[in-house]
Design a protein around this ligand. Structure first.
Ligand code: ZN
Ligand code: ZN
Length: 481
């Protein structure tokens, strides 16, 4: 996506091609004559000159690496984050803990033992079951689509189900969304119910590199089944072998899969919470944030170190300029977003926060959890506040961001428990065209983040959150479809 407008602004401010790491010149408190629009514009431009978000995600990923839910690494990252937020001048910095069942990856492999014997590149799905240490063997039941598998009347007893459905590249992430709920989340349980001894799926990834993408699956009514994701090139290899099989050139493939994850009860995870306390209406809360945990394969840079860094930096720019919003801006680093939990849909950190803040008046909530590419649109909780939307549009257009004509239908996974109880959500929509190239892989590392694109995000969040925290608009009720 072109960044013309952003570049114009940075050029006007004298920025070099790389982000300028300028400190704010002086404290510039709001005066009674300055409208929220004027201050939002000032915060937007100040954010474009700051490297606070990039510095934070660089430190987070360097100091702690991967931050699996419930791990020591996640806990230490939370403690470090809380200390950093205090140093930055945030109010009411605290850590809230909650119990977690911890899933840990073990050994994992998949090979075709014959015909056409060869090894595949795989990774186990979070929450999946274990094979015996020596693995399981079975005939492959290959399906080109998930629907073909669901509709199949074939006897799958003792077989290893292999789903080859690709993930379609889109800007919005819809291509991923339609597969994550079915192929990854429900597929292993469906295979188990049909008597399969293992489940293999094409990774939910949009690139052609030989990386496997992990992600959570879940079992509600049955015991776990071993489940692996294979890299896209390996899935295409299976497609060609399937053609040979259909042409009568090969007997059914025999597979051997090994996956030995362990599950530990009695674990713990945590949310980190910090605020810029409101000056006039402190009990009205605007909650923003990202999730601090990551998958274990990479270092969780785009998912979701970027999100915590963006939202933290958006609030920090207010502190740095001694600008206190009328309403309280609360930043939450949710814990354990990635993992499923027995008996529910997961989102343990989000649910813990929803419980602990149940008596708070939330005006609006949003999460940044879609990588580090630029924001191109803002979907607000309602579309009928013409003046507010028009004013905010004027602040955001120079960043190449428009106000969406449709109301927001989701503010990120960790805001969903809030939204379910009626809290309005907004959505700064990022370009997700490349997001699923490295999502949940060993390749999710800091080098995937473009600092200039990250600052565009911070500028958008700072301006938007300032406007929401300083308007009389309540956004209630959410006009969800
Ligand atoms: Zn995420
Ligand atoms: Zn994720």
């Amino acid at each position: 996506m072109p960044l013309k407008a952003l570049l114009l602004i940075t050029a006007a401010l004298g920025c070099a091609a790389t982000p300028v790491l300028a400190k704010p010149k002086a404290e510039t408190p709001a005066t009674v004559t300055e409208t929220p629009e004027v201050i939002a514009t000032r915060l937007r431009d100040a954010a474009l000159q700051s490297n606070a978000a990039y510095d934070f995600v660089a430190q987070l990923t360097t100091r702690f690496g991967a931050r699996p839910a419930g791990s020591d690494s996640e806990r230490k990252a939370a403690e470090w984050s809380a200390a950093e937020l205090k140093k930055m001048g945030f109010d009411n910095v605290r850590i809230e803990t909650f119990p977690l069942v911890i899933w840990e990856r073990g050994a994992e492999s998949l090979e075709i033992t014959g015909p056409f014997a060869q090894k595949m590149v795989v990774t186990a799905l979070g929450g999946s079951g274990a094979t015996p240490p020596g693995g399981v063997e079975g005939e492959a039941a290959l399906f080109e689509t998930y629907a073909e598998f669901i509709d199949s009347k074939a006897d799958l007893t003792g077989k290893i189900v292999v789903i080859l459905q690709p993930t379609v590249r889109t800007q919005t992430g819809q291509g991923y969304g339609v597969n994550s709920g079915s192929v990854r989340r429900s597929g292993p349980e469906e295979a188990k119910k049909r008597g399969a001894v293992g489940y293999v799926m094409r990774s939910l990834g949009t690139e052609d590199h030989r990386f496997a993408h992990t992600g959570a699956t879940r079992f509600t009514g049955v015991e776990g089944l071993p489940a692996l994701a294979i890299s896209p090139p390996d899935a295409e290899q299976f497609e060609r072998l399937l053609k040979l099989q259909r042409a009568g050139e090969a007997a059914p493939l025999k597979l051997k899969m090994v996956s030995t994850p362990t599950v530990r009860t009695g674990g713990q995870s945590q949310n980190v919470i910090a605020e810029v306390r409101g000056s006039k209406r402190p009990n009205e809360i605007v909650t923003i944030g990202g999730h601090l945990d990551s998958w274990d394969l990479g270092t969780g840079a785009i998912d979701d170190g970027a999100g915590v860094a963006i939202t933290m930096a958006a609030a920090k720019v207010m502190i740095d300029h001694s600008l206190r919003p009328e309403r309280t801006v609360r930043v939450v680093f949710w814990g354990s977003e990635e993992v499923s939990q027995p008996g529910d849909l997961g989102l343990s950190g989000a649910n813990a926060y929803a419980r602990s803040s149940a008596s708070d008046t939330h005006i609006a909530a949003a999460e940044s959890d879609f990588g580090a590419d630029v924001v191109y649109a803002l979907a607000l909780p309602r579309t009928d506040y013409a003046d507010f939307n028009k004013t905010l549009g004027k602040v955001l257009y120079p960043l190449n961001i428009f106000i969406a004509r449709e109301a927001s239908t989701g503010g990120g996974p960790d805001t969903s428990p809030l939204n379910a109880r009626g809290v309005p959500v907004f959505d700064l929509q990022q370009n997700g065209t490349d997001y699923f190239d490295v999502h949940h892989t060993a390749d999710d590392t800091l080098d995937r983040i473009d600092p200039r694109k990250l600052t565009q995000n911070v500028a958008a969040w700072a301006a938007t959150v300032w406007m929401i925290a300083n308007t009389n608009v309540t956004f209630q009720p959410t006009n969800r479809k």
